[in-house]
Design a binder for this molecule. Structure first.
Ligand code: FAD
Ligand code: UDP
Length: 363
C-alpha cells in the first residue's frame, strides 16, 4: 500500500506534522503508533477513581513562543495555571526555583532582594570555564545550596554525579533575585482545559489522518511504501543499534490514590535528599479537578524502561552524532522530536521543531 506521507509516533512531534500535512496540504497521512493511545508522553486519562492523571508524569505547558502557543490554541482552550514547586530540605518546604523566599526560608533570614544578591555573590564559586551542571550550580549558589538542593536530586534523577552532565540540565532551573515563586516565568502558561489527550484528539481529527495504534512501524513497513517518512522514534532502534544503544533515562511512575481531598501543599514537591523518589505530583492541583479523593505520583528514576530523557553527557552526544550523520543522508526521512533528535525538549520546543521542519519540507 502506498502513502505519500507516513508518520511514526503519535506524540506531539508526530501529531503536529500529521496535522499540518492533513490540514495545510490537504493530503492523506498514515500515523503508526506503538502504544495503545495517541499523545506520546503527554497522554492523560481518568483513573479508576475518576481522577485525571498524567500517565507519564506531570506535564505543564509553558512557552515564550507566541506562534507555538497560538498553534496549540487552535486545538484547546487553556485553564489558567501557574506552576509551583516546593522542595523538602532540612525538614522545611522551600520554594523552587531558588528565589529570595527560598534563601530566607532555608537560612531563617529576612533579607531583601538586594541582600540576597550579595549573599549569593559571597557564596558563588568562581569557575573560569563552566563545563558541567555542577559548575553551573556552584557558580550561581555555592557549595552549601548545591548540596542541599541540586547534588542528590540530580544523582537520583540521572544516576551520575552532576559533574558528568553537560550544562543544559541544571541550567533549566533559574536562580531568581526577586520574590517570584512560580516554577516557570514564561509568558504563556496553562493546562489544556479538556486535558492533553483532548488537545491531541483535536489535532488528529482530520479525515485525512489515519492512525494505526498498537503497531510498531517495523511490523508493517514491509507492506507500506511512502514518499516521505516522518520518524519520531529513537534513532538507534531505527538503525538496528549499529553504533550501539543510545542511553535514555527512564522513570518508574508509582501512582497512589488517597481517601483525602488534599495530599500536599503544592502540585509538585521535590525530595532532593530523602527517599528514593525525586518528586511527588498531586494531579488535582495541576488540573483543578474537584474530587473527594486525590491521586499522587512518585517518580523513581531508572536506567531500564521507556526512553524518557536523552542523556546529556559528552560520550552519549558523540554516539548520537554517529547516528546523526546517517540520518542526514536520508533524503526521504525527517527525524524529529525528543527521541529522534536526542534532545531534552519541552513540549513547546518539540512543536516548534515540527512546525519548522514542516515549513522546510514545503519549500
Ligand atoms: P514522545 O511523546 O516520546 O512520542 C514519540 C512516540 O513515538 C511515542 O508515543 C512512541 O510510542 C512512538 N514510537 C516510538 N518508536 C516507535 C516505533 N518503533 N513504532 C511506532 N511508534 C513508535 N515538557 C514540558 O513542556 N513541560 C513539562 O512539564 C514536561 N514534563 C515532562 C515530564 C516527564 C516525566 C517527561 C518524560 C517529559 C516531560 N516533558 C515536559 C517533555 C515532553 O513530554 C516532550 O517534550 C514531548 O512529549 C515529546 O514529544 P515527542 O513527540 O517528541 O515524543
Ligand atoms: N534539579 C535539582 N533539584 C531540584 C529540581 C531540579 O537538582 O529540586 C535539577 C535536576 O538535575 C533536574 C534538572 O534540574 O534533572 C531539571 O529539572 P526539571 O524540573 O526541569 O526536570 P524535568 O521536569 O525535566 O524532569
Amino acid at each position: 500500500m502506498h502513502f505519500k506521507y507516513v508518520v511514526v509516533g503519535a506524540g506531539l512531534a508526530g501529531l503536529t506534522f500529521a496535522e499540518r500535512i492533513a490540514n495545510e496540504l490537504d493530503e492523506r497521512v498514515l500515523v503508526i503508533e506503538r502504544r495503545g493511545h495517541i499523545g506520546g508522553n503527554v497522554y492523560d486519562s481518568y483513573n479508576d477513581a475518576g481522577i485525571l492523571i498524567h500517565n507519564y508524569g506531570p506535564h505543564i505547558f509553558h512557552t515564550n513562543d507566541r506562534e507555538v502557543y497560538q498553534y496549540l490554541s487552535r486545538f484547546t482552550r487553556w485553564n489558567d495555571f501557574w506552576h509551583r514547586v516546593l522542595t523538602y530540605v532540612d525538614g522545611n518546604l522551600v520554594p523552587m526555583p531558588i528565589s529570595v523566599e527560598t534563601i530566607n526560608k532555608l537560612y531563617n533570614l529576612n533579607l531583601s532582594c538586594f541582600e540576597v544578591e550579595q549573599f549569593l555573590e559571597k557564596r558563588a564559586v568562581d569557575i573560569k570555564e563552566i563545563k558541567t551542571s555542577k559548575d553551573v550550580a556552584l557558580s550561581k549558589v555555592g557549595q552549601d545550596i548545591y548540596e542541599k538542593i541540586f547534588e542528590n536530586y540530580t544523582k537520583k534523577q540521572w544516576g551520575v554525579d552532576p559533574a558528568q552532565l553537560d550544562t543544559s540540565v541544571i541550567s533549566r532551573i533559574p536562580v531568581r533575585l526577586n520574590r517570584d515563586t512560580r516554577y516557570f516565568s514564561d509568558k504563556y502558561q496553562g493546562m489544556p482545559s479538556r486535558g492533553y489527550t483532548g488537545m491531541c484528539e483535536n489535532m488528529a481529527a482530520s479525515k485525512n489522518i489515519k492512525i494505526l495504534l498498537n503497531t510498531d512501524y517495523r511490523e508493517v513497513m514491509k507492506d507500506i511504501s511512502y514518499d516521505k517518512l516522518i520518524y519520531t522514534g529513537a534513532p538507534d532502534e531505527f538503525y538496528g543499534y549499529k553504533y550501539g544503544r543510545l542511553a535514555y533515562r527512564s522513570i518508574n511512575f508509582m501512582f497512589e490514590t488517597h481517601d483525602m481531598e488534599e495530599y500536599q501543599e503544592a502540585p509538585v514537591v521535590n525530595y532532593p535528599n530523602d527517599y528514593d523518589f525525586t518528586r511527588i505530583t498531586e494531579f488535582k492541583k495541576l488540573t483543578g479537578q474537584k474530587h473527594g479523593k486525590t491521586t499522587i505520583c512518585k517518580e523513581f528514576p531508572c536506567d531500564e524502561g521507556e526512553p524518557y530523557y536523552p542523556f546529556p553527557t559528552g560520550e552519549h552526544k558523540a554516539q548520537f552524532a554517529l547516528y546523526k550523520k546517517d540520518m542526514e543522508k536520508e533524503p526521504n526521512i525527517i527525524f524529529i522530536g525528543r527521541l529522534a533528535q536526542y534532545r531534552y525538549y519541552n513540549m513547546d520546543g518539540v512543536v516548534r521543531a515540527a512546525l519548522d521542519a514542516f515549513a522546510d519540507m514545503c519549500k
